[in-house]
Design a protein around this ligand. Structure first.
Ligand SMILES: [Zn+2]
Length: 125
């Protein structure tokens, strides 16, 4: 879940963690995720244009942080699903290499386009 802080610039405010691995468990996790999204929006005063669902994240512990074909397919399925009703969805992928956190960001639009996006890391305040 994120905050819209500037033009095309969002800050991740809350992450939820699910035990996933397969598409089936991903779908089962959706109900839980929806609950977390509603709780986040409610705690932010239901200011939906500023605070909202931003997208999905997962880790690639053993390989590149670039999205797999399956990752692209899953995100495109989500962003083009009218029941989701998203204007865009972001996918973040992380990997720990030694002490360093490496990551990638991609933005998916309902027209099926995919944009590699910038990921800034902030010091915890
Ligand atoms: Zn992946």
């Amino acid at each position: 879940m994120g905050e819209h802080v500037d033009v095309n610039h969002f800050t991740v405010r809350t992450l939820t963690v699910q035990r996933t691995g397969t598409m089936a468990s991903f779908v089962r996790g959706l109900a839980e995720a929806l609950k977390a999204i509603k709780a986040f929006c409610s705690s932010a005063g239901n200011n939906f244009t500023r605070f909202n669902y931003l997208g999905e994240w997962h880790s690639h512990p053993l390989f590149s942080v670039q999205p797999s074909h399956q990752d692209h397919a899953t995100m495109l399925e989500l962003v083009t699903d009218r029941r989701v009703g998203a204007n865009f969805i972001v996918l973040l992928i992380f990997r720990l290499t030694g002490e360093a956190l490496e990551g990638s960001a991609h933005t998916y639009l309902p027209d099926g386009s995919i944009y590699p996006s910038e990921l800034d890391f902030e010091e915890k305040q």
